[in-house]
Design a protein around this ligand. Structure first.
Ligand code: IMP
Ligand code: MG
Length: 179
């Protein structure tokens, strides 16, 4: 697997510091509140696990799985909910936890969907953001790293369902895509 890596963008220790920083901000902002983190599967799984363990008070978690139709490296904006939330979010302070925002179309759909369920507040926390690629406007309260328009994998993020288990964030060699 490591032979397929072209360039490591963020090492394990750099990611760890950033996750701690985000969790500290969240812990301060929601200190006296009931907070529900919603992880977007599967990509946000690893980030979610690390982030929640750095939050300093008891929180609730839930997961949603959504897939966008279309080409494997491009988002189409047509989103299908594959696994919905287990519980109601009505009246709750919610943060959606995402791995990466690209066009923003997936999250835009989820935000609109969640708003109709009447949470008390709704914010976004993403580890990575590619602002150059944005199509849908989103207010993102917590962002880890802004990255250029490059396809990355690792730390939960896949190419064709693989490389999620790389412990760092990296680009892949061109040869991987032509396999
Ligand atoms: P959006 O709807 O275009 O914002 O798509 C976001 C989703 O596309 C992310 O949650 C990822 O699943 C996927 N994605 C976007 N950029 C990348 C990338 O560089 N590598 C792997 N998956 C990506
Ligand atoms: Mg995702």
């Amino acid at each position: 697997m490591k032979n397929d890596v072209k360039n490591v963008l963020y090492s394990e220790s750099v990611i760890k510091s950033k996750v701690e920083e985000l969790a500290k901000r969240i812990s301060e902002d929601y200190a006296d509140k009931e907070l529900l983190l919603i992880g977007v599967l599967k990509g946000a799984n690893v980030f979610m696990c690390d982030l929640m363990r750095e939050i300093t008070f008891p929180i609730q978690i839930d997961f949603i799985a959504a897939s966008s139709y279309g080409h494997s490296t491009e988002s189409s904006g047509v989103v299908k909910i594959i696994k919905d939330l287990d519980y109601s979010i009505e009246g709750k302070h919610v943060i959606i936890v995402e791995d990466i925002i690209d066009t923003g179309l997936t999250l835009k759909y989820l935000i609109e969907n969640f708003k109709s369920r009447q949470p008390k507040s709704l914010e976004i926390c993403t580890l990575l953001d590619k602002p150059e690629r944005r199509i849908a406007h989103l207010e993102v309260k917590y962002t880890g790293f802004q990255i250029p328009d490059e396809f990355i994998v690792g730390y939960g993020i896949d190419y064709a369902e693989r490389y999620r288990n790389l412990p760092y964030i990296a680009t892949l060699k061109e040869s991987v895509y032509s396999k």
